[in-house]
Ligand binder design. Structure first.
Ligand SMILES: Nc1ncnc2c1ncn2[C@@H]1O[C@H](COP(=O)(O)OP(=O)(O)OP(=O)(O)O)[C@@H](O)[C@H]1O
Ligand SMILES: N[C@@H](CCO)C(=O)O
Length: 347
């Protein structure tokens, strides 16, 4: 058999925190913890298909192309562009430091990495905004994937799709069931719109991560389907202020702390996360110098604290409150906001 030239590349996709309090499904921030894929395709590299995996999820994540979220996303991009299978020989090593199902955008990073993988394997040269359209056909809220793909502090929205746009497009993940006999539909053009917001680089993100999972689907299922007008206005007011407040220097702790309050998702998610209201209400700028604000990270259970100093003190205080509510095991990481987003570099 004639072998194709060996290509090697590395894909990196950062973890992300979403919502930042009032910005449910709107705000995302990419953070300094990266899912990486080391890929070898073509040449004479032995096995037909090999996928290896280290890090978070190593015991649970499936490693067959049709079942792994990363390769499923890659197969979807390829299929929508007329390529029905992964090229062979193909060797992928995944290293994942992002805890799964904890509110740090593990699925967003996996989807973005998979879409970049499909783009690179098929040599499709899709633009970054077109890649976002593909990501949004899989993870249909834009906050995590827009931040992971584009980098930085990002606000985003989805274009409303007409019934004609949606023709042939199934609900969410079923799109990923790529079969060799069926070409996947291309996403409508320009679904995702985003804007990079200013971020004050003195602000670090402390992620306090309890040792239990909350699946995003479950954390969305507990939300109501309609809201009181005053709760929606409460969030709009804070969201508008927060988008600018986090870029200002010096940061105004009182303004930010209050602008990070939320009535749309956190109050409902407390049923899934013991101690959530107590952690959020007891860690305040008055008690902890350097603290700017505190909220649920994504769908939880991770807590996000924004601060300029005293990171360890703030994190251990949150851990202590969790302990009082029966969550004995947790860890924390102090993360930077990263500007670059996801990358694919040929080696
Ligand atoms: N590196 C990965 N490889 C394969 N599948 C992954 C990977 N990372 C995440 N997943 C899939 O995504 C699921 C977790 O997604 P989920 O949306 O529930 O949580 P999250 O993305 O970590 O949190 P959030 O969306 O709140 O930030 C995992 O159970 C797994 O199925
Ligand atoms: N905005 C999403 C983020 C988690 O994926 C949520 O809170 O459900």
């Amino acid at each position: 058999m004639v072998s194709t030239p060996l290509r090697q590349f590395r894909i990196s996709a950062p973890c992300s925190t979403a919502n930042i309090g009032p910005g449910f499904d709107v705000l995302g921030i990419s953070l300094s913890l990266y899912l990486t894929l080391d890929v070898k395709v073509g040449g004479d590299n032995g096995q037909d298909f090999e996928m290896t995996y280290s890090g978070e999820g190593a015991k649970d994540v499936p490693l067959t192309p049709e079942h792994n979220l990363i390769t499923k996303a890659a197969l979807y991009v390829l299929s929508a562009n007329g390529i029905q299978q992964l090229p062979r020989p193909l060797n992928i090593h995944v290293d994942n430091p992002i805890p799964l199902g904890r509110g740090l955008g593990s699925s967003g990073a996996a989807v973005v990495a998979g879409i970049l993988l499909g783009n690179a394997l098929g040599q499709l040269n899709l633009s970054r905004s077109r890649l976002l359209d593909y990501c949004l056909m899989i993870e249909r809220h834009p906050d995590n994937v827009a931040a992971a793909l584009m980098g930085g502090f990002v606000a985003s929205y989805l274009r409303e799709l007409s019934p004609e746009d949606m023709e042939g497009i199934p609900e969410s993940e079923s799109l990923l069931e790529v079969t060799p006999s069926k070409v996947s539909p291309q996403p409508p053009l320009g679904i995702g719109h985003y804007l990079r917001l200013s971020w004050n680089k003195d602000i670090k993100c402390i992620a306090i991560v309890p040792q239990f999972k909350v699946a995003t689907a479950e954390a969305r299922a507990v939300l109501p389907t309609s809201y009181q007008r005053q709760d929606v206005i409460f969030n709009f007011q804070r969201l508008a202020v927060l988008t600018t407040a986090l870029g200002q220097s010096p940061p105004d702790a009182d303004l930010i702390y209050n602008a990070m309050q939320d009535k749309i998702h956190q109050p409902y998610r407390k049923t899934l996360i013991p101690g959530l209201p107590e952690v959020l209400s007891s860690i305040t700028p008055e008690k902890y110098d350097g603290l700017l604000g505190i909220c649920l990270s994504g769908a939880g259970p991770t807590i996000l604290a924004l601060a300029t100093k005293n990171f360890d003190t703030i994190a251990t205080a949150a851990q202590a409150v969790f302990k009082e509510h029966g969550i004995q095991e947790s860890f924390y990481k102090v993360l930077d906001v990263v500007e670059d987003g996801s990358t694919c570099v040929e080696l």
